[in-house]
Design a protein around this ligand. Structure first.
Ligand code: BG6
Length: 510
């Protein structure tokens, strides 16, 4: 869709200009879920507040609740007040409110889908949406088939003249390669590839997009971004929280399926890929796919992977229960809450450079980062004691929460002696920009409405990621034993530390 065609004064090449969505209806299935309350509804409001939603916008909630429009509006209102990023403004809310509707029902009810059709048609007319509809499936994948077939049956996927229909799906995109393909068959039986938007919310994060800016807008990093200089890469996604009330989703899924298959492998792809010809979706995907196709977990999987499960411990000053004691978790569960894998990328740039990926709950702190560690200088014209405190040079892209970039290198300690110690040079968003970063979901929902695809993984990337992970999951399943336990509030199981030690490295403690 030509985003700027409505305004002849805008230069379509100028990507600094704010992008504003055209008129449309956003239908959210699963509107009573956590994601909707914490992220989706607040993001819609934040977009409205920033003037990025058109007046002709409608929001429809669909769920099994006996609600009227005003009840749902109250739910949205509360979610916005509680979780939106930008301040609450009555006039913005009033305008949003005019387009809010609710359709009660179950996914198998024809009556409810007829009502949904009526509601959307009414909104199309009342709000002049031009027949543009986005269907956001914030529901378990097991319900995708039913919902998608109901949309079809009730004429909600027809492409009217000038209008579009898009479907937005949340991970998990399957639980292995085979199920990912099956899921895709369901969705693609009704929607064309360009109408399917798979959300990996990490790609909507400002700091993740900045990885492209850092790598491809600068001259100084590229020459060292390869196996001549980099010794290894560590990609960490550590969370201090446990699984909270999400046992129903998490148990049986685990850390590798939950976030390595998607967020962490996407971070790896952005770190390792070649420069795309442009930031067009197709170009970006081509480069990411090339890297993922070249990546695999090498060797003996007992040595190149590690998994753990948290037991009781301390999270700061709070004493917390172990995973197996959490409500809803099977007491004999072998689900991992810590997963680490080594990934090798078999191409000229990266041969010999291990990428270590780890994701875990109940770590000492919340931090996501991509750290490139560099080789030692080939010769040090110092005595051994001069450089005792010189670590390895590192470039760390701090994705969250302390967003920025750190460069670590050695410097002379002031004084008449010669002593070299590790120091940091820091870029922090807060210190350099006055603009605050939008939430990932703001960016991604806006992109769905604009039909802008670069930040959404395609099916092929999903399948390539499962190809990397499936052997690991099969290996773990074949062990038929509990993952190694680690105390809550510590940096994971011993086996993960051993895994790096065998290669002569140690995990960072960010
Ligand atoms: C989700 C995972 O994709 O990402 C959750 O399902 C995880 O388990 C969450 O907690 C973390 O997101 P963020 O943006 O807080 O890093």
């Amino acid at each position: 869709m030509p985003e700027y065609s409505d305004n002849p004064l805008r230069d379509p090449q100028d990507r600094r200009l704010p992008r504003i969505a055209g008129p449309c209806v956003l239908v959210i299935f699963g509107v009573t879920g956590d994601l909707s309350r914490k992220k989706l509804m607040p993001a819609v409001y934040d977009l409205a507040n920033r003037g990025m939603l058109p007046p002709g916008f409608g929001l429809v909630g669909f769920a099994r609740r006996d609600w009227k429009n005003q009840d749902f509006a109250q739910v949205v209102h509360d979610a916005v007040k509680e979780n939106s990023r930008t301040p609450f403004r009555e006039e913005v809310w009033e305008q949003l409110l005019e387009g809010i509707r609710f359709v009660p029902g179950t996914f198998d009810s024809d009556e409810s889908f007829s009502k949904l059709k009526e509601t959307i048609t009414e909104l199309d007319e009342a709000r002049g949406t031009g027949g543009n509809h986005a269907f956001y499936l914030s529901i378990p994948p097991s319900s995708f088939e039913l919902v998608v077939s109901q949309l079809k049956k009730h004429g909600l996927t027809k492409r009217d003249e000038g209008g579009w229909n898009r479907v937005v799906i949340e991970k998990p995109f399957g639980h292995d390669l085979e199920s990912a393909k099956e899921l895709n068959d369901v969705v693609s039986s009704l929607f064309e590839p360009h109408e399917v938007f798979r959300i990996d919310h990490y790609l909507g994060k400002e700091t993740v997009q900045n990885m492209l800016a850092l790598r491809f807008a600068n001259q100084m990093f590229e020459p060292i971004w390869n196996n001549h200089y980099v010794s290894h890469v560590q990609i960490t996604m550590a969370e201090d929280i446990g699984i909270g009330g999400r046992a129903g989703y998490y148990d049986g899924i685990g850390a590798a399926r939950d976030v390595i298959q998607n967020h962490l492998l996407q971070l790896l792809a952005l770190t390792a890929m070649e420069e795309p010809t442009s930031f067009e979706a197709s170009q970006l995907r081509t480069e990411k796919q090339k890297v993922l196709a070249a990546a695999h977990v090498p060797g003996n999987l007992s040595e190149t992977t590690a998994r753990g499960q948290y037991c009781a411990g301390w999270q700061g000053a709070e004493q917390v229960k172990g995973y197996l004691e959490a409500d809803g978790v099977d007491p004999g569960s072998t689900t991992e809450t810590y997963a680490a894998i080594r990934v090798d990328v078999d191409n000229r740039r990266w041969a010999g450079v291990p990428f270590y990926l780890r994701a875990a709950k109940r770590m000492p702190r919340r931090v996501t980062e991509v750290a490139l560690s560099f080789k030692r200088a080939p010769h040090l014209p110092f005595t051994a004691t001069d450089t005792e405190e010189l670590g390895t040079n590192a470039l760390v892209m701090r994705i969250q929460p302390d967003e920025g970039v750190t460069l670590r290198f050695g410097a002379k300690v002031p004084g008449t002696q010669m002593e070299i110690r590790e120091v940091s040079m820091d870029f922090a968003y807060g210190g350099s920009f006055t603009e605050s970063s939008p939430e990932a979901y703001e960016r991604l929902i806006l992109d769905v409405m604009l039909g802008d695809a670069p930040l959404f993984p395609q099916q092929q990337e999903v399948e390539l990621s499962w190809k990397i992970l499936d052997p690991v999951l099969e290996h773990w399943a074949s062990l038929d034993e509990q993952p190694q336990s680690y105390e809550s509030g510590t940096w994971g199981p011993q086996s993960a530390w051993d895994m790096l030690a065998r290669d002569g490295f140690a995990w960072r403690r960010p």
